[in-house]
Structure formats: structure tokens, C-alpha cells
Design a protein around this ligand. Sequence first.
Ligand code: ADP
Ligand code: MG
Length: 448
Amino acid sequence: MTTEELWQAVLAQIQLNISPANFATWFKNTEIINLKDGEVIVSTPNSFAKEWLEQKHNRTIFKILHGLDETIKDVKYVVGRPALKVLTRAWSAPSNNQLEFAEFKTDKETNLNPRYTFENFVVGPFNELPHAAALAVSEGPGSVYNPLFIYGGVGLGKTHLLQAVGNEIVKNFSKKKIKYISAEKFTSGVITSIKNQEMEAFKSRYRQIDILIIDDVQFLAGKEKTQEEFFHIFNALYEKNKQIIISSDRLPKVIPALAERLRSRFEGGMLADISSPDFETRVAILKTKAKERRTELPDEILDYIASQIQKNIRELEGALNRLVVYQKLQNRAPDIETAKLLLKNILMSPPKVATPAKVIKEVALFYDLREKDLLDASRKREVVYPRQIAMYLLRSELKCSYPFIGRRFRGKDHTTAIYSFEKISKELESNEKLADEITLLKERVYEH
Ligand code: ADP
Ligand code: MG
């Protein structure tokens, strides 16, 4: 079992005991990032989730972990994850000392992770073109498509494909200098170099690269200084026929605040998009992944998953993982009814729209209040403040009228709504904690 599977096992049990909304709110994007000397480190996406898990769920989490592995003595929670985490860390169950998963380490020089290859990349009509282009580039870097610009939605295989090109080039051209970097990481590199007055060294490092792979370039939107540095590096490499490979979640022309000259550079090469996988390919991907995990699940179940998750391969994998864990713990495959039950939380995804009811529900959940208290006349501070935030969100996100907002809160009049909106707006300018809370709330309000 890997730490990932260990955490999946914890989630699977917790999920049975709390409401789906609660589960999604506090356990989304959590994972075990380390397990050493009996201490488990769980990473959480933000400080609210961290505190919440520490205060409300630590005992249960510990009990489950300890039940799965007696050597576990302590659980700690941290915010965020280290940037260069080893993607899959092997963890061996005490009862079974054999490692089930190969250990994949990200190379420090290239940032490439050997788990992403062409061999385990499933090709279908939806990604045929980017795949073919990527393959061609890996056979003749700098000579076919330059730059190669791959775009498509979240979880559809952009990073996998970019990394596969890198890994293939390492294999075929061992002397070439390759670097994979996310645009986000590149940006922080630029900022640090400016701060430490090391910009020249930074640039010259990049100019020595033969193959530069930049992931999620949409992140450069609005970052003028970084764009400028990137532009110069791009030109220097391009003129020397060095290969540049880029991914983005959208076409260059719809990346906001992207300098015209960079846009035209991006558009000057090959643009290839990954769309959504068709049903057959989804099943094929599930089969490949199950095989990688050395498990086999009945076709009926794979078909079920593929029919339910259509737009995101990462989610497809997440669903499969749940079932693989079940299978490993129970030593048998789940039947279709059990599978449906195990996947219930993952699959509940009504359309992404915010409604007043959703705003109120999420605010109540976030501040651990009952909706009734939030809506009623209570003047307790712990209620008044969240109520003002709810009113603020109704106005800012849903453009509700002030009288409407007042009525929602058991007959308060519109001046209360105006006051709340203005108070929170003003406070937002200087209160960072509040700004973070509002950001998180907005995410939740729009989430499925
Ligand atoms: P993106 O970068 O587009 O958000 P990723 O490359 O991170 O997506 O892919 C998400 C997950 O789905 C990864 O685990 C990846 O291995 C897997 N995946 C995506 N596309 C494929 C594919 N065509 N074949 C096999 N696995 C895939
Ligand atoms: Mg990615």
C-alpha cells in the first residue's frame, strides 16, 4: 500500500460518518505527504481545514490509521505541500512487507517524474493530435514543431504528456539538457532572482537548456515582469533551435493580460488541443490504471465509472483508487452495488451554479453554525459576522437586490443589507484573513 492508498482508506471510512457537504468541505485536497518513524503528516489546503481536522477529526483519523498500521503513533497536520514532493512514496503494510508500488522520484535537475511515459498514456480520438505532435517532438526536438503548445481542461493529461516528452528525450538524447517547470514555479524563480539580484545567473541558466517545458502557462496572465523575462529566454532558445513545449488550460488568445508578442510566439508553432475522452477511451484508461495498480476490477464496474465521470481523467483515477483500496483491504473486488455506494460522494455533482440557498448553506457550514441561526435574529457576535459575510456574498456574487437580501434574513430591512455589504467590502481592503475566508467561501459556493 502507498501512503495515497492509506489516506484513501481513511477517507473511505470517514466519508461514511459525516455529511457529503462536510466531507467535501474539509477533506478535499488533503493527503498524506509523509510517514516516518510512526508519524504521519497530513497536508491540508489551507489553515481552516488544518484547524478543523486537528480539532474535530484528529481522534477518528488517528484511530483509523492506527487500526491499519499499528506502528503509527502520531498524526500531524500542515498547510500546503512541499513543491517537489515525491509523487508516490512507497509504504508497506506491516502485515505485508513487500512493496507493491515502485517508487517514483522526481529528478531534481530536470523535474521529470518517470511515472509519466508514452507507454502508459492512452491514446484516443480526443488526444490523438497532441499525442502525435508530442511523439514527433520527442524524436526530433527543435526540428518539427516549435513551440509545441498543448491546451485543454483540467485533469485531461497535459502534464502527463509534457512529462512523457521529457522522459522520452532523456532516453533518446542523453546529452540534451532538459528542464520541466510549471509557470508558477518559473514566476517565483524570477521574483527570487530579482530580489537577490541574480537575474543574470537565472537567465544564463535557462539559456543553456536544450528542451524547455513550461506547464500551465496561463499562470503568467498579468505577470508582466515574468512575461518579459520569459519572452527573452524564449527568443534566445528559439533562435538556437532549442525545443520549447508549453501547456495551458486555454488558447493563447484567451489568456488575459498576455503580452501581444508572447501570444504571437505561442501561436507561431503547433497548437494542439486535448478534448474530453470518449467512453471507450475512458474504459481503456481505467483498465491501464488498474493494471498499474496490479488489480483487476469487473468490466461492469469499470463501465459504471466511465459512464459517470466524463470530463476529467484525474477524477476517473480518483474513483478507481477508492475501489482499489477497498479491494486491497477486503481482498476481493466490490460488487456493483458496493461500488456505487463507495463512489457516491465522488459522483454527486450537480451543475456548478451558485444560488442564495447555496451561499447560506456554505457560510453556515464554514462557520460551523446552523442555517437557522444564521437566518434568525440572533445578535451574538459569532453569528452576526458570518451573517454579514453571507449578505456580502449574496450581493457581490449573485447581485441580489438589498431588499431581497433583507427579506432572506427573516425580515431585516434593506439598510442592514447595505450596511453589511459596505462594512465587509471596506474591511476586505485591509483584512487579509477575511479576504482568504471570502476566497474559500466563493470556491465553495460555486463548487458542485
Ligand atoms: P492536466 O495536467 O491536464 O491537469 P494530468 O496530466 O495531471 O492532467 O492528468 C491527470 C491524471 O490523469 C494523471 O494521473 C495522468 O496520468 C492521467 N491521465 C491523463 N491522460 C491520460 C491518458 N491519456 N492515459 C493515461 N492516463 C492519463
Ligand atoms: Mg497539469
